[in-house]
Design a protein around this ligand. Structure first.
Ligand SMILES: Cc1cc2nc3c(=O)[nH]c(=O)nc-3n(C[C@H](O)[C@H](O)[C@H](O)COP(=O)(O)OP(=O)(O)OC[C@H]3O[C@@H](n4cnc5c(N)ncnc54)[C@H](O)[C@@H]3O)c2cc1C
Length: 475
């Protein structure tokens, strides 16, 4: 007799495992299937985010930032050290340990919440049945009242720069390098390309980033992108905009990249080339032909606002559906879907999904950019405050960057907050809450912020929107 569950989730990344836990918390019987296998052959829950994305990249960003500070900034603080040297193996061991702890933690959470974690391949069949093939056994059919598809995404491969995992590599390979490459090339100046570039540049690589678009960080507010571009340049990241790569060749351990920009065709040579041009939804082997699930032109599972597919009782969440490919967006969809299955009213507010780039300085934003507000025709006002005027930022020796607030001129509603500077990824949470609660600029102006704190910069930027900044000259 086949086993049956109230909910079967396929994929245990941040979208799937959160959906599974939330559904179990509603008292439902839940199974969550995943087949993720690490380079060392071990299987792990947590998906891209925990194994090869958010967490390992932040571990490496933190280590490389500390190394950079020790070699470049300690002197300024009056800290004198002997020669600071690098132990990449120890750094990688720390990264792997953090990943292992967190992915292992999901197993513990599954147990505590009575989610059945199943290691193997899941395939949706017709009639809400799921074929589960364990990594070490025969296929089994699971009956499900509801199915949640959370199969995630994989890196996009370029036809003229195929991954060979040694010289032409993806973001996962780039996080697990065992030595600092002398010359590192990166195709793509998006979030992942910039984060990886920052890691290896701080550890000593000469990093060149080739970006096909003419605008730097096209999705960010222009004022913020301009500050960030200057900072990255100062740090030695060589970013070429409008550079379209057309060919690569690997010979004797050297990758030669051919690209074209306004000045014509050029070539560059690297020891490693990271292709970080984006990710595509992953549904290979997920759907039986008669499953009834439809994909859009970009291979994403088609869902409505509530993440319901065309098939009643089958949902899809996270990177395998439309929208930004971010862990917290997928997790919120997972929560929504579990709540909907439990009969509750639930939604995701897609207008207030924060974006963060964990470079130094960090970049974070929520809501609309100034260009988007301008295009909407709504009258608006802006206020900004530089971290150079923040006492806390000065004490931290991290004064680069600013906070920018964009608000409606008619009813004072806050429309967007954009930050480049220290701890921007933490500071943005206040702005997310403000936008979620439809706060006015005055609400933020009248909220007490601890002194001295970086958050005062958010407060002052809100004040500046009405020319009421107190610690900066209003313009
Ligand atoms: C280098 C890097 C850094 C990143 N940093 C951040 C960050 O700082 N913040 C952020 O929000 N996002 C970040 N992301 C993006 C983030 O990792 C993804 O948005 C997130 O992991 C998506 O979650 P998901 O659950 O939809 O999919 P995934 O995390 O990709 O998980 C999908 C899971 O489904 C499993 N699976 C797929 N098909 C099957 C099947 N048929 N049977 C069984 N299992 C299956 C896979 O094995 C995988 O474990 C980063 C990504 C990368 C690559």
């Amino acid at each position: 007799m086949s086993r049956s569950f109230d909910v079967v989730v396929i994929g245990a990344g941040p979208a799937g495992y959160i959906a599974a836990i939330r559904a179990a918390q509603h008292g439902m019987t839940v199974a969550c299937i995943d087949k993720w296998q690490n380079f060392d052959g071990s299987y792990a829950f947590g998906g891209t985010c925990l194994n090869a994305g958010c967490i390992p990249s932040k571990a490496m960003l933190e280590s490389s930032e500390l190394y950079h500070r020790a070699t470049h900034e300690f002197k300024k603080h009056g800290i004198v050290t002997g020669e600071v040297s690098l132990d990449v193996a120890a750094m990688q061991k720390r990264r792997a340990g953090i990943v292992r702890q967190l992915t292992g933690g999901i197993g513990g959470l599954f147990k505590a919440n009575k989610v059945e974690g199943l290691v193997g391949h899941g395939k949706l069949l017709a009639g809400k049945k799921v074929e589960f093939t364990p990594v070490d056994g025969d296929p089994e059919i699971l009956e499900a009242k509801n199915v949640v598809l959370a199969s995630g995404s994989v890196p996009i491969e370029l036809p003229f720069a195929k991954f060979d995992r040694e010289h032409i590599i993806d973001s996962w390979d780039a996080l697990e390098l065992d030595a600092v490459p002398e010359r590192l090339g990166i195709i793509g100046a998006g979030v992942i390309g910039l984060e990886l570039g920052s890691v290896w540049a701080r550890l000593g690589s000469t990093v060149t980033v080739l970006e096909a678009m003419d605008d730097f960080l096209a999705m960010a507010d222009r004022d913020i992108a301009n500050v960030a571009a200057k900072d990255f340049k100062k740090q030695g990241l060589d970013i070429h905009l409008g550079a379209k790569v057309s060919a690569t060749n690997v010979d004797n351990g050297t990758v030669t990249v051919t690209y074209t920009d306004k000045a014509g065709e050029k070539t560059l040579e690297f020891d490693k080339l990271v292709v970080a041009v984006g990710r595509r939804s992953f549904t290979d082997g997920l759907l039986a032909e008669d499953s009834g699930i439809a994909l859009d032109e970009r291979g994403r599972i088609i869902v409505d606002e509530e993440c319901h597919t065309h098939v009643s009782g089958v949902y899809a969440v996270g990177d395998c559906v439309r929208g930004v490919m971010l862990a917290h967006k997928g997790s919120e969809e997972g929560v929504m879907v579990a709540d909907l299955i439990a009969g509750e009213i639930a939604e995701v507010n897609y207008d207030v999904v924060p974006s963060v780039i964990y470079t130094a300085p960090e970049i974070a934003w929520v809501g609309k950019t100034e260009a988007e507000v301008k295009a909407s025709g709504r009258p608006y006002k802006t206020g900004s405050f530089p971290f150079a005027a923040s006492g806390r930022a000065k004490a931290m020796e991290q004064t680069s960057g600013m906070v920018k607030v964009i608000s409606a001129a008619d009813d004072d509603e806050m429309l967007g907050v954009h930050i480049v500077g220290p701890m921007a990824g933490e500071l943005i949470s206040e702005a997310v809450l403000a936008l979620e609660f439809s706060a006015s600029t005055e609400d933020l102006q009248r909220t007490i912020h601890a002194h001295p704190s970086l958050a005062e910069a958010v407060h002052e930027a809100a004040l500046a929107a009405d020319k009421k900044a107190l610690n900066y000259i209003n313009r």
